[in-house]
Design a binder for this molecule. Structure first.
Ligand code: CA
Ligand code: CA
Length: 505
């Protein structure tokens, strides 16, 4: 099982909020409106120090006593040294020791740098994939998208997460899907075909291949498209061979997924019949913490006039079970899709679904952009949940779903059409921005601040008088609405102080 997403998740787990500068001594307060600082990940295993002039020998002795190994030096840079962090020490702890030693001009982390990569998949690069990044191309509205490139700065891989696609199978040999197919360790297959009772899940009809490309087409391979997750493990549950099927086959694939490690399921189909068995099968998934993403449907054949599913329920989208995330679709102008069902109670959110260019089944290098509908929107939400599961593996399905729903962009066209009234925003789901704001006004003391960081995050407020050394003074967990308040009982004659905050995860 590939782990290449895990380190990225760990090193980006702490974000730093904008620094708030408060000038308490004059009774006047100044807020620096700096942009939210980017996370600053660093190597855990080594640090950089610059010896003070004439202290090189003393520094050597200090290092020997502290069991710190010198890995490299740069005589042309004033004797800059790279030091190994001993096993019983942390990089920040060692930096503090050196700063306090009086022997160094400075000690600092060995910060990580990243290549400024955007995926090289041609249909992303040329703007065809408007739902991921919309800059107004092809008559669209700029930013009518899920902010995928911004989110991929946080995490593009869900390599450890298995997502089951309950559909017509998947063309698992496709050039832009093959590397992201789940592999059954027992039989080497890629899922289960309930229509034949075998592990042959090849997609002939095509729908499951469309869905899979939106979810997890291979990112940055120079080919075709890119999924919401560049890497993920796609498990095929083949329960359709043409445009209709029935609950018995669907349930068989659900049970396969449940018992073979799926953590997210995509169901891009619907029908009007209330099935207790289908409901019970989803409840069994729910009890195992598996998230069930369901498209809410595109009207009803033959007219395809969109339905209010609160009045005309469609299943599985409309079961009242808390692991179901039902999805409507939006167009490239952030309107509700012309075919999209909707429901203020039974539909959770929307995602881009109009003319979505994606992988298709006729051959291993075939793609199409002719389809629209909630079937193209649901897998975008599933991809978001896969990335969230990768980033927050210990969280419950409630917590992960809440991150998606709390992170939506509210849209006028979706008001009253779904519970959140919003469209998926991958960046906000994956990493809610931190905001530290001043609540007390007009120079009043004490200083009252509020951290806004998204729900259930552990925030730490730090104070500095010089912007160099920071002291943590307050730790709390943000409430369900994403905030906590902090009051600093600073005196009127205190020196100028700065505040900042970090949050985990
Ligand atoms: Ca955007
Ligand atoms: Ca690709």
């Amino acid at each position: 099982m590939s782990k290449h997403g895990t380190n990225v998740a760990r090193i980006l787990a702490v974000a730093i909020a904008a620094i708030v500068c408060l000038h308490a001594s004059l009774g006047a307060q100044l807020v620096i409106t700096s942009p939210v600082a980017r996370p600053a990940p660093y190597r855990e295993d080594q640090i950089l120090v610059l010896p003070k002039t004439g202290q090189t020998s003393a520094l050597e002795r200090f290092c020997a006593q502290a069991h710190v190994e010198r890995l490299a030096g740069f005589p042309g840079l004033g004797g800059l040294q790279i030091l190994r962090v001993p096993g019983d020490e942390t990089a920040p702890g060692l930096i503090t020791k050196f700063q306090q030693s009086g022997l160094v001009a400075y000690a600092e982390p060995d910060f990580l740098r990243f290549l400024n990569a955007v995926p090289n998949d041609p249909k992303y690069t040329d703007g065809t994939l408007w739902g991921l990044n919309n800059y107004g191309q092809n008559g669209g509205t700029a930013d009518a998208d899920i902010d995928a490139p911004e989110a991929w700065d946080v995490l593009p891989f869900a390599s450890n997460v298995v997502v089951a696609v309950l559909d017509t199978g998947v063309r698992y040999t496709h050039e832009d899907l093959a590397a992201n197919m789940w592999v059954n360790p027992v039989d080497g297959g890629h899922g289960f075909n309930a229509t034949t009772g075998t592990n042959d899940v090849m997609d002939v009809q095509g729908h499951g291949t469309l869905v899979s490309g939106v979810l997890g087409a291979v990112g940055n391979n120079g080919k075709g498209v890119v999924g919401v997750a560049w890497a993920v493990q796609i498990m095929a549950g083949k329960c359709f061979t043409n445009s209709s099927s029935s609950d018995s086959l669907i349930i068989a694939c659900m049970e396969y997924a449940r018992t073979h490690g799926a953590e997210v399921i995509v169901a891009a189909f619907d029908g009007p019949g209330y099935s207790q068995s289908l409901s019970n099968a989803i409840y069994a998934l729910r009890n195992d913490g598996i998230i069930f993403v369901a498209s809410c449907g595109n009207g009803e054949a033959p007219s395809n006039v969109p339905l209010n599913v609160d009045a005309n329920p469609r299943y599985p989208a409309c079961y009242a079970i808390d692991n179901i995330v039902s999805v409507a679709y939006t167009d490239r102008r952030d309107g509700l899709g012309v075919l999209s069902n909707y429901g203020a109670t039974n539909v959770a959110l929307a995602a881009p679904g109009e003319q979505i260019y994606t992988t298709w089944s006729p051959s291993d290098n075939f793609y199409t952009g002719i389809y629209s509908g909630t079937s193209l929107a649901a897998p975008a939400v599933a991809g978001a949940l896969a990335l969230l599961k990768e980033r927050f593996p210990a969280e419950t399905h409630h917590q992960l779903i809440a991150r998606v729903l709390n992170g939506t962009d509210p849209l006028p066209a979706l008001a009253g059409k779904c519970r959140t009234g919003g469209r998926l925003n991958l960046r906000q789901a994956l990493s809610p921005p931190l905001q530290l704001t001043l609540r007390s006004t007009g120079g009043q003391l004490p200083m009252e601040l509020q951290l806004n960081a998204g729900p259930n995050r552990v925030g730490v407020v730090e104070i500095s008088t010089n912007l160099t050394s920071w002291v943590p003074v307050f730790t709390n967990t943000t409430s369900a609405n994403g905030t906590f308040d902090f009051t600093d009982l600073v005196g009127t004659n205190s020196p100028r102080r700065f505040y900042r905050a970090t949050a985990t995860p």
